[in-house]
Design a protein around this ligand. Structure first.
Ligand code: PLZ
Length: 445
């Protein structure tokens, strides 16, 4: 049975959260660990396109896409059909026990789409963190070295190793140590705050690696080409290419964490494409499978094949239903040229964001690329982070039925991550709500 299409418009039937959401939230507090973030406690019943429908019948505009996951949109018929068809055949065998075609096909797609015109191999996992962990395992085994270089503001996950790779203490790491050894953090390029051009920022990072770690000890430099959770930080031009070039020269591997930036989000298949950076290994997840848990590591054939048989795996990695969803989602991205759509989203939204910044002293910078756009909030006339402003803008957007997320080491960044297929009128309406939330912030000053 095909579910009825949901009209693509914002519609509020109750105050948010509504009574049924409140009931569910009360149940949640008795059933779910308090350790999970409460973003916007509106409980979702259905979703379609860029609209979320809650249990009270409110229709919300989704400008978060489940943290950059539903890039093709919610309930895309091609994806739903692929999932249904696969679920009717089989849900699981374990690829390591008795393999199936979908896994191989997703690896072929990853090998084809990721940067670099050379022979590649992939392996599939369940989550972004698991992909990053495996990329590190592979880099260490392939190079015979141990040190992993990460940067300030990095986010790579919540498992022990990836938490160690992640920069921010609260809430990700606090009290959860001891952390994994052989992880070294250097400065990144954060143009708004460090004022360096790309090559200078790279030189500082490289000097720090050479003096405190030693080039010959480095297994890999791991970096998000645009930092996600850390604040949608776009490094200055030339930073990534210089760092990648140094890494190669040092005999280490350059690992791009494209978990948030990948799959058309920034206006090309991968964010590394913008500066023609070709990583040795790429970690992917999120947008790859339209909401089903799937992640991948893709890299040079000689690196990926340097691992002994049985060295990589997991019960569920590359689950048949998730791979079916991924193949359908990737086909939709190709057919509808969602990379171009992401560029259009930037063209449409950036001038509106710039206009907000021009009239609001609390907005220090507008940045991002494609459908990964952000506003950094500061105390007017300074660069002092203002997370309180972000909280109040988010609350105002939420009250009006627009799902917007924050991020940033200092919690002072509002990020937009709409599905790439969001219709113009919804993006327009969502931005209008954001504009009025920002205006009321200025009025409060
Ligand atoms: N690398 C670049 O963005 C996940 C985190 C949500 P998982 N980001 C959302 C939260 O608070 O837990 C992410 C990412 C980058 C790795 C990950 C980790 O991916 O699928 O959440 O494990």
């Amino acid at each position: 049975m095909t579910p009825e299409h949901i009209e693509q418009r914002r519609l509020l039937t109750t105050q948010l959260p509504g009574p049924r959401s409140k009931e569910l939230h009360d149940r949640r507090t008795h059933a779910v660990s308090a350790g999970l973030t409460v973003g916007f406690p509106v409980y979702i019943e259905r979703a379609d396109g860029a609209i979320l429908v809650d249990v009270d019948g409110n229709q919300l505009i989704d400008l978060g896409a489940g943290i950059a996951v539903n890039s093709v949109g919610h309930a895309v018929p091609e994806v739903t059909e692929a999932i249904t068809r696969q679920a009717q055949r089989f849900n699981h065998t374990c690829f390591m026990v008795t393999p199936y075609e979908g896994y191989v096909e997703v690896c072929e797609a990853l090998n084809r789409l990721t940067p670099g015109d050379f022979d590649k191999r992939s392996a599939l996992f369940n989550s972004g963190a698991e992909a990053v962990e495996n990329a590190v395992k592979i880099a260490r085994r392939a190079t015979g070295r141990q040190a992993i270089i990460v940067v300030e503001h990095a986010y790579h996950g919540r498992t022990n190793l990836t938490m160690s790779l992640t920069a921010k203490n609260m809430p990700y790491k606090d009290g959860f140590g001891p952390f994994a050894p052989e992880v070294y953090r250097v400065a990144t390029s954060y143009p708004f705050r460090d004022g360096h051009d790309g090559p200078s920022a790279a030189r500082l990072a490289i000097e720090a690696i050479e003096t405190s770690v030693g080039a010959s000890n480095v297994a890999a430099v791991l970096i998000e080409p645009i930092q996600g959770e850390g604040g949608f930080i776009v490094p200055a031009d030339g930073f990534l290419p210089a760092l990648a070039e140094w890494t190669r020269g040092a005999g280490a591997l350059f690992i791009a964490d494209e978990i948030q930036t990948g799959f058309c989000r920034t206006g090309s298949w991968f964010a590394c494409d913008h500066e023609a950076v070709v990583p040795d290994l790429v970690a992917t997840a999120k947008g790859i499978a339209a909401g089903l848990p799937l992640a991948g590591v893709t890299g040079r054939a000689e690196v990926m094949d340097s691992i002994h048989e049985g060295g990589l795996g997991g019960t569920y990695g590359g689950n048949p239903v998730a791979t079916a969803a991924a193949l359908a989602a990737i086909e939709v991205m190709r057919r509808d040229d969602l990379a171009a759509r992401a560029r259009w989203i930037e063209q449409f939204a950036r001038p509106r964001l710039e206009a907000m910044a021009a009239t609001t002293a609390s907005i220090g910078e507008v940045r991002g690329r494609g459908a990964m756009l952000a506003l950094e909030f500061v105390l007017p006339g300074t660069k002092v982070p203002d997370p309180k402003a972000v909280k109040s803008v988010l609350a105002a957007c939420h009250a009006e039925g627009v799902v917007v997320l924050s991020c940033g080491t200092y919690g002072n960044v509002i990020r937009l991550l709409p599905s790439l297929s969001i219709p113009e009128h919804l993006l327009d309406d969502g931005l209008a709500v954001l504009e009025s939330a920002v205006r009321s912030l200025a009025a409060d000053d």
